[in-house]
Ligand binder design. Structure first.
Ligand SMILES: Nc1ncnc2c1ncn2[C@@H]1O[C@H](COP(=O)(O)OP(=O)(O)OP(=O)(O)O)[C@@H](O)[C@H]1O
Ligand SMILES: [Mg+2]
Length: 274
């Protein structure tokens, strides 16, 4: 793989990883089939593929929300399968996820202030007297005004809720952020701003970013590397530009051909550009 972060140590490595769902009265479903990848520290990887191809299943396994059926998942070179309890807790802090439904992923009964304070307190990120200033700096990081501190999720826009979700992740000082369709529920202009924020944070904080998206233009602009998933398998892995400009697999070719309007993609590029 050719990318600007190729010499960095992999923060995450997947080797022959599969996800299988057991189902009552039906055969088990193999949602992810023996996939392998290596994500360098500070690198960005886009995962593209049609609905149901296994993107979120893969994200959930990386997050430790579902056990892999087979294969290995290494974090900084060590298998998470043999992590001690303390290492598992650390892993859950260092690998964070943001979701498509930002409003729904926040506690509806908590204001922004309570939501950010809670994460700092529960994970004992800082001393009690530092919490207020930490909340302020998190808001600044995600470009939200302090005026929003006493708002509830239902009183905020989707973009504002997504910024709060990102701030909650950042509170834990992660090395990896997995963003599962983080902008697909938002208006196009808001999408671009959230993607720019993720890109800025990834670069400034040296975060490794896994961005799951249906949108090839989004992946092209945010990610160094891209994976195309089809029916649970990686059918294409490589530098994003190579994957998009020189697709090898028939599915990738059909995906690219399905982009209806190249001008639309180019317009998006202009919006997304920092
Ligand atoms: N908990 C589950 N139990 C059984 N089957 C599941 C479960 N979660 C997902 N699946 C199935 O696994 C397959 C992959 O689902 P997954 O949610 O990973 O796809 P996806 O690529 O994220 O799709 P989308 O783009 O629509 O979000 C689908 O066939 C789905 O129905
Ligand atoms: Mg999904």
């Amino acid at each position: 793989m050719v990318n600007k972060s190729r010499n960095k140590t992999p923060v995450l490595e997947l080797s022959g990883l599969s996800v299988v769902y057991k189902r009552v009265g039906r055969p088990a479903l193999r949602a992810v089939n023996k996939v392998s990848l290596s994500l360098p520290a500070g690198g960005s990887l886009g995962i593209v593929g049609e609905s149901g191809c296994g993107k979120s299943s893969l994200a959930r396994v990386i997050m430790g929300l579902h056990p892999p059926h087979e294969g290995a998942l290494l974090f900084e070179g060590r298998s998470i399968a043999i992590f001690t309890r303390a290492q598992r807790v650390q892993y859950r802090r260092r690998v964070q996820m943001i979701f498509q439904d930002a409003t729904g992923s926040l506690n509806p009964r908590m204001t922004v202030r309570q939501s950010l304070e809670e994460v700092l307190r529960v994970h004992r990120i800082c001393a009690a007297k530092e919490i207020e200033s930490r909340v302020d700096s998190l808001l600044e990081r995600v470009a939200l005004s302090k005026k929003i501190l006493d708002s509830y999720p239902r009183e905020m826009s989707g973009g504002q809720c997504q910024r709060v979700s990102i701030a909650r992740c950042l509170a834990l000082g992660p090395e990896v952020i997995i963003a599962d369709e983080p902008v697909s529920a938002l208006d196009v202009s808001v999408q671009a701003r959230i993607l720019n924020l993720l890109l800025k944070l990834q670069q400034e904080l040296n975060l490794a970013l896994i961005l799951i998206s249906h949108d090839l233009a989004v992946v092209k602009h945010v990610c160094d590397e891209a994976v195309v998933m089809y029916a649970g398998e990686f059918v294409e892995v490589g530098c994003t530009l190579d994957v998009l400009e020189n697709p090898q697999h028939a599915y990738t070719k059909s995906l690219l051909a399905a982009v209806p309007d190249v001008k639309r993609a180019l317009r998006k590029q202009a919006v997304i550009k920092l």
